[in-house]
Design a protein around this ligand. Structure first.
Ligand code: GRF
Length: 204
């Protein structure tokens, strides 16, 4: 796996996960060769996140800040997360299946250089259970969105979207699986542009 050291001038990217990290894996795999960015940290709020083990096995620095240690003290959790991030000196943060809501104070530290992927065609279906909601609404299409993170949940400037058809007989799981394939195409493509300073919207 390529490291930040192999391309010193590359933009430094930290990726935040909470689980398997399939989007993190796609992002890491994309940052090779002439890609203008390199991964410098994979961090998680869950020490047991399988994506952390994968990242460590691929030679990437990792950090686990267990949000349960901090109870309801969200600022204390975010202070620990920020300290771990700052040690890696990231220029760009990619939230990838990161399931903690970040306070406006934390967002302000990274606004303008923090991305997220959301499994719906925003502004439709911010929040959770996006695929079930699309099915219940009878939507003919669904998809995913990469957006800049702002203090308002799932509402920042859209940097890219990818669409999939909703098919007869779809369940939330079959639709999620179809969308996930597009997430793994969209997020790397948007990051490649964003790391070059190109914020034009990309529709796949
Ligand atoms: C994906 O649907 C992503 O859009 C959402 O979390 C799900 C799992 O992501 N944010 P990953 O496999 O952990 O990257």
């Amino acid at each position: 796996m390529t490291q930040a050291a192999d391309r010193p001038q590359a933009r430094r990217v930290a990726i935040l996960i909470s689980g398997g990290g399939s989007n993190m894996k796609a992002l890491v795999a994309s940052m090779t060769g002439d890609h203008p960015a390199r991964p410098v940290l994979v961090a998680s709020n869950d020490p047991a996140a399988p994506g952390l083990a994968w990242a460590a096995a691929h030679g990437l620095p990792t950090a686990a800040i267990d949000h349960r240690r901090f109870g309801q003290d969200r600022p204390a959790f975010e202070a620990a997360l920020h300290a771990a991030l700052e040690a890696a000196r990231p220029e760009i943060l990619c939230l990838a299946g990161f399931m903690r809501i970040l306070t406006p104070d934390f967002v302000r530290r990274y606004q303008g250089r923090m991305l997220n992927i959301h499994p719906s065609l925003l502004p439709r279906y911010p929040g959770l259970h996006t695929h079930q909601r699309a099915l219940e609404a009878g939507d003919a299409e669904a998809g995913c969105t990469v957006h800049e993170v702002t203090a308002e949940l799932d509402a920042g400037p859209i940097l890219g979207q990818a669409r999939v058809p909703v098919l007869p007989g779809d369940t939330a799981d079959t639709l999620a699986a179809r969308v996930l394939i597009q997430e793994h195409r969209l997020y790397p493509a948007v990051l490649r542009r964003f790391a070059r300073g190109d914020r034009r919207r990309l529709d796949l």
